[in-house]
Design a protein. Structure first.
Length: 183
């Protein structure tokens, strides 16, 4: 089973079907979805979160091919503020989104570090790659702060249309060297 991860300010708990309503409220905003993969429907349907959970995320979690967490504040554990996931896809191992009112406060950097640690420490994967729309400067900064490097650029299809795409990478060895010793 996928564990709950805890950081200084966050609780990352495994995604469940009961998260559908909160996801629907936080996710269906242009500023959240514009740089996501074009597979995300826009305008976002009223039952989009429930369909996503039932047909994609929860079955992939059950198969052990994807790991999805709801991001909640320790100070308000009932409040879902975003999602973060890991996937066993070539060139696409980590993805995330955060509700608009919680962006720019370092929450996603904190959540990204926790799941990256899980990817390397628990799943023992050799490399983590994260694609992103090049105009998504905030996402690029998260990659830069966590020691990732840009390895390739091309074009990708996003909700906002065809945009330059960047693939960022960090190896297990690089990640482990950058982390403080475990107690």
């Amino acid at each position: 089973m996928q564990p709950t991860l805890v950081t200084e300010r966050l609780i990352l708990r495994p995604l469940v079907l009961e998260d559908a309503e909160a996801i629907q409220q936080q996710f269906a905003h242009w500023e959240v979805v514009r740089y996501l993969n074009a597979m995300v429907p826009w305008p976002y349907p009223e039952d989009g979160a429930r369909i996503y959970l039932e047909q994609l995320a929860l079955p992939a979690m059950a198969r052990g091919k994807e790991w999805h967490w709801s991001i909640c504040l320790k100070s308000a554990p009932e409040q879902l503020i975003g999602n973060i996931n890991l996937t066993d896809e070539q060139d696409d191992n980590r993805g995330f989104w955060l509700g608009p009112q919680w962006q720019g406060q370092g929450f996603m950097s904190e959540a990204s570090a926790a799941v990256t640690d899980y990817w390397f420490d628990v799943l023992e994967r050799p490399v983590l790659r994260a694609p992103k729309a090049a105009p998504n400067v905030e996402s690029r900064r998260i990659s830069e702060r966590t020691g990732m490097r840009l390895i390739r650029t091309d074009e990708g299809e996003f909700v906002a249309g065809t945009l330059p795409r960047e693939i960022w990478e960090i190896t297990r060895e690089e990640w482990l060297k950058s982390q403080p010793p475990k107690r």
